[in-house]
Design a protein around this ligand. Structure first.
Ligand SMILES: *Cc1c(COP(=O)(O)O)cnc(C)c1O
Length: 389
């Protein structure tokens, strides 16, 4: 089997699992208790907080553990909206956000907030000048993702952050796809808040973190015991936190090496597919993209059929994001880069991981070629010379 859907989730690294296991059984203490067992849990949690902070260039006390990327996005956006409701009611975001950001913004729109969704153009990149134009005296938050989960494009976060800072507006970025894959430094990037999820970087599901810069004041969503300095009450998920910390440490130790390796696989894949299959195209930006992402479109192909036939050949890939692949509407990201609905439906996302090999890539290129040819031979729409050629 070739697992090539790492943007949906990744396997837990065996070293991460090994580090987590004792915290389910012998070291099961509640981190809020005073005795040795509790202190042990607390020590493990603070070690993990340092590991997360180190990977993103933050101070440990700026890292808050949450249940994952979705929760981190919700706290950052709703927490700001709630805290600053007397200051303004306007939020700026982009057309290509993950549903965790998009749907949160839509929810706020129903509750009296104004949201500007910035276009991204056909390469899938937000223009800093568009952000500037969208700012009003009412703007309280800018939230633009670091790297897109479908087409892998990397946004000009540092520049948007500098602008936000100059205007005194909080800036949040969803960095779930980028943390552990490319360098992420909260200082360099001028961000006030940044979302992380463990299961996208070889850690367990159901655990993540929100970076909140010292001095940034937002409201919590949950109220309860004082855990995570009141920002996220609830008895801490120590095994998950330990897993997230270990995954971050491994990612930091291997960042350069993994980037180089995975991007060489990606380039081999892109070259192979575009070279071998007629009327195949790459979605997104040619270079400003994640080292592990390739998103293709094939004329006269139904993405769902392609994914199912690749599955039959042992290859796991996606049509769009895992979250949208259950819906029948085309991906909002592919529509935002200007694809026609039929082309958006004919797209395939391949997101690679460190356990993939060059042999996997060559097998995948051949498999896609074979499946695309078979599907086209059955398609009444397929025409080897496109009308507009
Ligand atoms: C996966 C993902 C999320 C959601 O993270 P969960 O931990 O699954 O809640 C948010 N944003 C992006 C960009 C993602 O890829």
């Amino acid at each position: 089997m070739s697992y090539m859907d790492h943007s949906a989730t990744s396997p837990v690294n065996p070293e991460v699992l090994k580090e987590m296991l004792p915290y389910f059984t012998e070291s099961f203490g509640n981190a809020s208790t005073l005795y040795a067992l509790g202190r042990e849990a607390r020590t493990a949690m603070e070690k993990a907080r340092k590991q997360v902070a180190s990977l993103i260039g933050a101070q440990p006390e700026e890292v808050y553990f949450t249940s994952g990327g979705t929760e981190s996005d919700n706290i950052a956006i709703k927490g700001t909206a709630s805290k600053l409701k007397n200051k303004g009611n306007h939020i700026i975001t982009s057309d290509i956000e993950h549903p965790a950001v998009e749907e949160t913004c839509k929810y706020l729109e129903k509750n009296g907030y104004q949201v500007t969704y910035l276009p991204v153009g056909e390469e899938g990149i937000v223009k800093v000048s568009d952000v500037e134009t969208a700012i009003t005296p009412e703007t309280i938050l800018i939230t633009v993702m670091h790297a897109n989960n479908e087409i892998g494009t990397i946004q000009p976060i540092k520049e948007i952050g500098a602008l936000a800072r100059e205007k005194g507006i909080y800036f949040h970025t969803d960095a779930v796809q980028s943390v552990g894959k490319i360098p992420v430094n909260v200082g360099d990037m001028n961000v006030d808040m940044l979302s992380i999820s463990a299961h996208k970087l070889y850690g367990p599901k159901g655990i993540g973190a929100l970076y909140i810069r010292k001095g940034v004041r937002i409201d919590p969503l949950l109220h309860g015991g004082g855990h995570e300095r009141g920002m996220r009450p609830g008895t801490e998920n120590i095994p998950g936190i330990v897993g997230l910390g270990k995954a971050c440490q491994i990612a930091e130790d291997n960042l350069e090496k993994n980037m180089e390796y995975v991007s060489s696989l990606r380039d081999r894949l892109i070259k192979g597919v575009l070279g071998k299959i007629e009327q195949s195209y790459l979605n997104g930006h040619p270079t400003k993209r994640l080292p592990n992402n390739a998103n293709f479109r094939f004329s006269s192909i139904e993405g769902e059929s392609l994914v199912l036939q690749l599955d039959a050949k042992g290859i796991n890939a996606s049509t769009g994001s895992a979250c949208s692949s259950k819906k029948l509407e085309p991906s909002h990201v592919l529509m935002a880069i200007g694809l026609k609905e039929v082309d958006a439906h004919g797209s395939l996302r391949i997101s690679l991981g460190t356990e993939n090999t060059p042999q996997d890539i060559d097998y995948t290129i051949d498999a896609i070629d074979e499946v695309v040819e078979r599907l086209r031979s059955m398609s009444p729409l397929w025409c080897a010379t496109p009308e507009d050629a």
